[in-house]
Design a protein around this ligand. Structure first.
Ligand code: SF4
Length: 367
């Protein structure tokens, strides 16, 4: 069993997979249903301590307290945009230099009568990011550490509880598009997604979970080999190697040719369409020729593309495209029968839009 221990060498139960939790309870000589009970307390009821696990005997709770911990992320701040988007700041476990914070975003959609429709949570999977895309505020922070699957699920669980209280229903979708490159923290991301879909947790359908990547080809193949049931989105943002090299350093080691092979491998095994995310930058990747090249990529396998209007980020020279260039760009895609949707980035007044998440205070310098 691979476990993460805290400074007292106690076992962090929220770093264990469901199978590892079973092994843990077996090692303690407990009956198998105890592992399901623990799992439910951790991931359905979201308790912060063993004392709250009231269907466990007092003796068992004391024993667990001696050998294990159930660390929970701490909600620090909430900002609400005028468009209804809510950004959350969470503090992770750790002191001093090890104290880190991450952001998550709730993007609600409403019916005309004002009732909540889709409630999408955008979660962070890493503190900072190693990939340094030039347009991204997270990339400018440097990289600090991966989140555990427990820390990822905690974000979802906290926001799910808030939605139930505020909108009378739980979240409907989860996207791994917050801080960090999800497939660079592969195990925790896959494990958190399977916890979120577990009926003893939130029980979301896997089809309502989307994992994004800048194009880590080995991990895309791994998702396919493991037949992971979640949706995959590729953060493309440029449709030829020259431009992609310029804004996404990953492209120099994993170029579009390699990405094409990985995407075709994925589709051949799973037969599941992909989504490409394409931030539209003014006079950089928004010409009719860019649209034609993008159409070629979207045709590698059955896919669709989201064209995202970029929110300006302080210190980034690239700016969001203008409406007239967007219109021309879309005409080229439509003329080629490409399924393309324009996404207006949400929450830009609170820096919660695509590419804008970054911790600006109380964060040590990145590596
Ligand atoms: Fe990292 Fe994604 Fe930002 Fe690139 S866009 S720096 S991969 S978080």
């Amino acid at each position: 069993m691979t476990v993460q221990t805290d400074i007292d060498e106690k076992i962090n139960l929220k770093a264990l997979t469901r199978q590892e939790l079973r092994e843990f309870t077996e090692e303690l000589g407990l009956q198998s249903f105890r592992s399901d009970q623990l799992f439910q307390w951790l991931y359905q009821k979201g308790v912060h301590s063993f004392d709250e696990m009231t269907n466990l005997s007092k003796d068992l709770r004391s024993r667990l307290k001696e050998i294990a911990t159930v660390p929970t992320i701490e909600h620090v701040r909430r900002q609400e945009s005028k468009d209804g988007t809510i950004k959350f700041l969470f503090k992770l476990q750790g002191e001093g230099e090890e104290e880190h914070k991450v952001e998550s975003v709730l993007i609600p959609d409403f019916y005309p009568d004002g009732a909540a429709n889709r409630l999408t949570v955008c979660v962070s999977s890493q503190v900072g990011c190693v990939y340094g895309c030039s347009f991204c505020a997270t990339g400018k922070m440097g990289f600090f550490r991966n989140l555990t699957h427990g820390e990822i699920v905690d974000q979802v669980q906290y926001i799910n509880a808030l939605c139930e209280e505020k909108f009378g229903k739980g979240i409907t979708n989860v996207v791994y598009m917050g801080m960090g490159e999800p497939l660079h923290n592969y195990q925790a991301v896959v494990s958190s997604a399977s916890i979120i879909t577990d009926q003893l947790s939130i029980g979301l359908s896997p089809r309502r979970i989307t994992v994004s990547t800048v194009g880590l080809t080995r991990r895309i193949r791994q998702l396919a080999d493991e037949r992971q049931p979640f949706n995959l989105a590729i953060s493309l943002h440029a449709a030829n190697d020259e431009k992609r090299d310029e804004i996404m350093p990953i492209n120099s080691s994993m170029d579009l040719g390699q990405l094409k092979e990985a995407v075709q491998y994925y589709y051949a095994r799973l037969h599941r369409p992909l989504t490409y995310e394409y931030l539209l930058f003014d006079e950089f990747n928004d010409s009719p020729e860019d649209a034609r090249q993008l159409a070629e990529i979207v045709r590698w396998v059955p896919s669709k593309v989201n064209i995202i209007m970029y929110n300006d980020v302080a210190g980034v020279a690239l700016k969001g495209a203008r409406e007239e260039r967007l219109d021309r760009f879309m005409q080229e895609l439509v003329a080629r029968d490409i399924t393309a949707t324009v996404r207006r980035s949400r929450g830009d007044d609170i820096d919660a839009g695509c590419g804008q998440l970054a911790i600006k205070e109380g964060q040590p310098q990145g590596k």
